[in-house]
Design a protein around this ligand. Sequence first.
Ligand SMILES: *[C@@H]1O[C@H](CO)[C@@H](O)[C@H](O)[C@H]1NC(C)=O
Length: 220
Amino acid sequence: MEIGPRMVATVVTVMSFAVFLGVVSADPDMLQDVCVADLASKVKVNGFPCKATFNETDFFFAGLAKPGLTNNTLGSLVTAANVEEIPGLNTLGVSLARIDYAPYGLNPPHTHPRATEMVFVLYGELYIGFITTANVLVAKTIKAGEIFVFPRGLVHFQKNVMDAPAAVIAAFNSQLPGVQAIATTLFAATPPVPDDVLAMAFQIDAQQVEMIKAKLAPKS
Ligand SMILES: *[C@@H]1O[C@H](CO)[C@@H](O)[C@H](O)[C@H]1NC(C)=O
């Protein structure tokens, strides 16, 4: 086949499309070596403005070294290590978290709108999975040293299946993955999602909606 103007145009179109996909499939690429987040800046941009000066403390965090406290209703605690804790992560497109689970504790169904997640089990045994947009549950029990992946945006959960503590390290391809926990998003929003909306959506009555809302209300 000859390399004519039409073929060149086709190649350019395909490449432009690939570049476009690359830009939208994760956090945008950095445009400089570092852009340490100025978390206090009043200026709003996509991410955070860069601080004028920085040092090693902006790239350091010891918060995942120890287990988090899991003595809450669900028996789990997520400790984030994202740009809000590590300003040096700004524009770098990655972050971590540590999740600790009490015996039989649950990290309830939730989504991360901006990141795919990989979990690596430090210790314990968990039943974990995600649900596709076709409502297929993809789930498995995993143990220490093993990894599982939650594709970006899909609802997922982890349940400790043992009568012993468990912990994982989670990796994200975003400096700030964001999280929406399904139950609290719907039943503990401020201002509240109207009862009739939830009653119809879940095919229950307003009284049952109120009961769930009362249980999920933020503790103050
Ligand atoms: C790093 O900078 C911060 C101010 O942003 C300062 O408080 C801290 O003392 C500095 N740390 C070192 C080790 O220089």
